[in-house]
Design a protein around this ligand. Structure first.
Ligand code: PLP
Length: 375
């Protein structure tokens, strides 16, 4: 059997270990230290536009803190893109709030602006104005930021931008991760860069960054004794893991171009197969192509291809199952137009790692061609 080809595996650049060694040599084995500060400034330099970054233990923790900073509490409603990974929605429930799911549009696969406005108006009519909106840049493709943020401002609702999959993507030349009132990043093991596990909260407001760090380090008041006047969390990133992040930031641009190249190779080799359609970048949108995906004519063909690839020891995966279809979330209100259900039936994510070899890419491509008896 030929070796396993994974969907998206970690890809070290080479200097990560020296930053990690430095943490050991200086005994900064703690959720603070020079690598945490260094990683935060690397990210700030990369994101630009006055972004301030708090490095945290995960993207999920960053989303949770974002909702806490916005004052989301029991009984509130928060709008969330339905087509996403469950981590976008879970923190809403941590706060005792109600997720309201909104469907996607076909040009980016992300939150549909019209459905968003319908949902806001309907929630207001039913008596509650949503307290926040969580749109997601799925697979690195930016959501329609102008449209979504215009609607958010029209109704004066803050946006928590889930940029977990989109570090390195841009919308009209601005980096994803800088659009929200609060934005989040993830450095989980399968993301475009990784700290094994980690995340970040991004804001332009210094007081919010300070409050995020305060809450993430157990909310200790400024006093000699351990004095607490609010509930704290243990959400800070370890200085050891931040060392991995510093090494990864040195190669982020290379990672983006490798992933984009994977997508171009798949498209150039497979686009002539009539059953396959790729998602192109709308004008002004630049995707990091975290995962390369395509659509097939039906669920049966998608499942047939997935099992065929599996037999060739190649991992592939359906697009995220929409949250409004998940057993844990299906009782919550949702505003659905059929787009995310259709994408879930027909879409497949292909091996997309920046460390894929030419030989591995060719194995994937020829397995797909064999399935469709194409050449
Ligand atoms: C990975 C991911 C998260 C969560 O990040 P973690 O660091 O794994 O907690 C949130 N939202 C989306 C869309 C993701 O893909």
């Amino acid at each position: 059997m030929e070796s396993k080809i994974w969907l998206s595996s970690p890809h070290m650049g080479g200097n990560e270990q020296s930053y990690v060694n430095n943490a050991f040599e200086t005994n900064w084995i703690a959720p603070l230290g020079p690598n945490v500060d260094g990683f935060e400034s690397d990210l700030q330099r990369y994101l630009k536009d006055g972004s301030l970054v708090a490095a945290l233990s995960s993207g999920t923790a960053a989303l949770h803190l974002a909702l806490i900073l916005l004052g989301i509490k029991q009984g509130d409603e928060v709008i969330c893109q339905s087509k996403t990974f469950s981590a976008s929605a879970n923190p809403i429930v941590y706060q005792g709030a109600t997720p309201i799911f909104v469907d996607s549009e076909n040009e980016t696969w992300n939150m549909c602006p019209e459905m968003l406005e319908t949902a806001i108006q309907d929630r207001i009519k039913k008596g509650k104005k949503p307290k926040a909106i969580i749109p997601v840049h799925l697979y690195g493709m930016p959501y329609k930021a102008n449209e979504i943020h215009n609607i958010a401002s029209k109704y004066n609702i803050p946006v928590v931008e889930d940029s977990a999959e989109a570090l390195g993507s841009t919308y009209k030349d601005k980096k994803c991760g800088t659009f929200g009132d609060l934005s989040i990043l993830s450095f989980n093991g399968n993301k475009i860069i990784t700290t094994s596990g980690g995340g970040a909260l991004v804001t332009k407001d210094n007081a919010l960054k300070e409050k995020a760090v305060f809450l993430a380090t157990q909310a200790r008041d400024n006093a000699v004794e351990y004095l607490h006047s609010s509930i704290g969390y243990n959400y800070r990133l370890s200085n050891v893991l931040a060392g991995i992040g510093r090494g990864q930031m040195e190669v982020l641009d290379q990672r983006v171009s490798s992933r984009r190249k994977n997508h171009e190779t798949y498209k150039a080799s497979l686009n002539h197969i009539q059953e396959i359609s790729f998602l192109d970048e709308p004008e002004g949108l630049f995707s990091n192509r975290w995962l390369s995906c395509f659509l097939l004519p039906s669920e049966d063909i998608r499942e047939g291809l997935r099992l065929n690839l599996l037999e060739a020891n190649i991992e592939s995966r359906p697009l995220w199952k929409p949250m409004h279809q998940q057993p844990v979330f299906q009782a919550y209100p949702s505003y659905i137009n059929g787009v995310s259900d259709n994408l879930f039936k027909k879409g497949l994510c292909l091996p997309s790692g920046s460390n894929l070899t030419e030989n591995e890419l060719n194995r994937v491509i020829s397995a797909i061609k064999t399935y469709f008896r194409a050449c």
